[in-house]
Write a protein that binds this ligand. Sequence first.
Ligand code: GLP
Length: 241
Amino acid sequence: MRVIVTEDYQELSYKASQLLSAKLQKKPESVIGFATGSTPIGMYKELIQSYNRKEVDFGQMSTFNLDEYVGLTREHPQSYYHFMQEQLFSHINVRPEKISFPPGIFSDAGQACQSYEDAMKAAGGVDLQILGIGVNGHIGFNEPDQHFTLYTHIVELAQKTIESNARFFGSEDEVPRSAITMGIKSIMDARSILLLASDRNKAEAVQQIFSGKVDPQIPATVLQLHPDVTLVVDREAASLL
Ligand code: GLP
């Protein structure tokens, strides 16, 4: 595992955007797994600036997002689809037909999950997966559990996650109780992984990634088994390493 410790959030965002741009320069048709949450926002801003300076081109890129809230339409202001449009996609030249998202609304959950897995496979698999990390060590919406769930699935959100994500909604009551997320194997199948963590409140979760023990109660610990993971963390998030 490669660890890049930065002075602050700004440098983290810049370094992470450079790594993603380098991947696209090398392989313009890369399949990128995108993540939501507040951590990658700075990186997305940097990518938009690089695009405006014509340093990077997204015209051939395909995308698969990690997760979505169940019950929210794409147009809902708190949906992750809407988030990605606002924070990145509407500002760059990604082709709309190359953007894939797990659906928040579906009639058959099993089929919705399977179709998402099939679409990732048909695209040739994810080249680079961006990840944030929850304070409880969740990745995507893979919450602490007795076991890992391998593929895209529906998950009940942990109370801790509902509380930390309430800041994006009017109140805690408005946070959806379930989500559709790539599973642990869907994430681990990515050829490379870039995990971003910023702030003191992520320090314990980051420290656990290096525990030497893979534990589904701290889902991010599974990353120790992946051959190509880069962590970009600011000094505060790295403070317990
Ligand atoms: C959400 C997302 C995760 C994200 C996490 C951390 O729960 N599903 O993919 O990593 O939040 O978010 P933040 O970066 O805002 O701390």
